[in-house]
Design a protein. Structure first.
Length: 107
């Protein structure tokens, strides 16, 4: 499966536009990660625990759109857009939402 953020694929012919596919993942951040991240916010530095959660959520959402594209007969997804948001009273949940257009490209 070819995945691209661009609306076209250089050197590839798009035979059919199938439609929009999306993947959403919502993950809760652990209390200890929140605590240590808040300390890093005060003293500075990167939050490796949150970076790991972001990476996992993004990978899961990409896997979801890839599977949905396969189910509708696509062999590529173009125009991919990735959005991030926090949810919950104190932003304790992380949402990653990915959308793109499922297409069939010439092999």
């Amino acid at each position: 499966m070819l995945l691209a953020t661009t609306p076209i694929l250089e050197g590839k012919e798009i035979k059919q536009y199938i439609g929009i596919v999306s993947g959403e993942v919502i993950l809760g951040a652990n209390l200890f990660k929140d605590f240590f991240a808040s300390i890093r916010d005060i003293i500075g530095g990167r939050s490796g625990s949150y970076e790991q959660v972001l990476q996992e959520a993004r990978e899961q959402a990409i896997a979801e759109i890839t599977e949905k594209a396969r189910q509708v007969g696509a062999n590529a997804v173009i125009g991919i857009d990735i959005d991030y948001a926090t949810l919950g009273g104190k932003g304790s949940m992380l949402m990653v939402s990915i959308t793109g257009t499922a297409v069939v490209i010439a092999e």
